[in-house]
Design a protein around this ligand. Structure first.
Ligand code: SF4
Ligand code: SF4
Length: 106
């Protein structure tokens, strides 16, 4: 189980700055800095409403899938950390504006 703090409040899975998705996919293969990474699971709450209301009963994120092979925490297409911080700003219109702030360059 994992926990994800996330400041992207415009995402449907966000509630009280916590991620309530079952699984997330972090993207940014070959990234050199955190702003070149993103949360590919982001869904704009203006379009999808608040999915956290339906998923939060699960309590924890089951898996953090990740393609950022240049991060020290990367292992076999997964994140090896128990918890990460995702962010960027409070209002984000598209997933590429998000980033994994726990990224550390190898
Ligand atoms: S942007 Fe990603 S980490 Fe943040 S709440 Fe949405 S799905 Fe979860
Ligand atoms: S900390 Fe690194 S391995 Fe974990 S999700 Fe973020 S970029 Fe991927």
């Amino acid at each position: 189980m994992h926990s994800i703090r996330c400041s992207v409040e415009s995402c449907s899975y966000n509630k009280n700055q916590e991620c309530n998705a079952r699984v997330i996919q972090v993207g940014g293969k070959g990234a050199q800095e955190s702003k070149q990474t993103c949360c590919g699971t982001y869904l704009n709450c203006g379009v999808y409403s608040n999915l956290a209301e339906y998923t939060e009963a699960r309590d924890n994120v089951e898996a953090i899938l990740c393609r950022v092979d240049t991060c020290v925490h990367y292992g076999n297409d997964h994140c090896t950390l128990d918890s990460i911080q995702v962010g960027c700003g409070e209002r984000v219109d598209i997933y590429t504006e998000t980033e994994c702030q726990s990224f550390e360059r190898q």
